[in-house]
Write a protein that binds this ligand. Structure first.
Ligand code: NDP
Length: 284
């Protein structure tokens, strides 16, 4: 059973696990900067508890964010879904409008804004390599295709998943290629021809993880965006080789800022959110 620990909690993040989430620190900085009394909490919600949580939220919260593993499982439980979230099969933001729950996704906006901030990169017309074909890579790939990237190469350890994703996305303006992570010559060529390489695998979440591809394959990259928030071997390699590089903080920040605006109809205090995010991550 879910309960409210604090009557000011009107928003929350849900996940399984969720203890590591820095979204409460970041969002509460935004609520405080806006002079609002509402606060943002976190709930550990197991997959089988999701329907119960949704009904709890309908009665008690004004909105919530969802992270792994709930982003697609939420879709049939909500009353309305934005076209973009439906097409990407991924909801990360739920807005409670007088008891009707509306699902949206701010992940695409977060990534797009972070890429522009880090590299002045516009997705339209750009050529991109994504490492990974899991949930984050799928949402990212969907964003690139819907924003008319010129070319997208998906590289994954399990090649069949890269192929399935490329097939799912086919039919728009983007030229799609799927590769296994052992196809070294083709990866090197794709990396050299791309505007940015997006690291969207979970390899690197632990400090001793091996990188998702041989690092030398990145040596001719023009820019590297690693969705992981803390230092990884990929980021270390990029920096040593003077390749412009950013970690996943910017994406987390901007998806959160957009969620805040959707809930409150106000611009988010991005600088306060960034400072709170950096502080929370640096203390982990
Ligand atoms: P999933 O579990 O859905 O997918 C994991 C992916 O990583 C798969 O493509 C998998 O390949 C690949 N992989 C795992 N281990 C290895 C390895 N040892 N070598 C090569 N490839 C490997 O995870 P998500 O997509 O949900 O998350 C991926 C990353 O993105 C995480 O690090 C997460 O923290 C980050 N993320 C960051 C966000 C941000 O805001 N910055 C938002 C969302 C996610 P295979 O198919 O072969 O198993």
């Amino acid at each position: 059973m879910f309960t409210l620990d604090d009557e000011n909690i009107k928003y929350a993040v849900i996940g399984d696990p969720v203890a590591h989430s820095v979204s409460p620190a970041m969002q509460n900085a935004a609520f405080m900067a806006a002079g609002l009394d509402e606060r943002y909490g976190k709930y550990h919600v197991k997959p089988e508890e999701l329907p119960e949580f949704v009904e709890f939220a309908r009665r008690n919260l004004l909105g919530f964010n969802a992270t792994v593993p709930h982003k697609s499982a939420l879709i049939p439980l909500l009353d309305e879904i934005s076209p973009a979230a439906l097409a990407a099969k991924s909801v990360n933001t739920v807005i409670n409008r007088n008891g009707r729950l509306y699902g949206d996704s701010t992940d695409g906006y977060g990534l797009e804004t972070a890429l522009f901030e880090a590299f002045k990169l516009n997705i339209k017309g750009s050529t991109i390599v994504i490492l990974g074909a899991g949930g984050a890579a799928q949402a990212t790939a969907f964003e690139f295709v819907s924003r008319s990237a010129a070319g997208l190469t998906i590289v994954n350890r399990t090649r069949s998943k890269a192929e399935a994703l490329a097939q799912q996305l086919a039919g728009k303006d983007t030229l799609l290629t799927a590769l296994g992570n052992d196809e070294t010559d083709r990866i090197a060529a794709a990396v050299a021809g791309a505007d940015v390489v997006i690291q969207a695998t979970s390899a690197g979440l632990r400090a001793d993880d091996a990188p998702p591809i041989e690092l030398e394959l990145l040596k001719n990259a023009h820019a590297v965006f690693d969705m992981i928030y803390h230092p990884t071997k990929v980021q270390e390699f990029a920096r040593k080789n003077n390749i412009p590089c950013a970690d996943g903080r910017g994406m987390l920040l901007h998806q959160g800022a957009k969620s805040f605006s959707l809930w409150t109809d106000r611009p988010a205090a991005v600088a306060a959110m960034r400072a709170a995010l950096d502080n929370a991550l640096n203390h982990k």
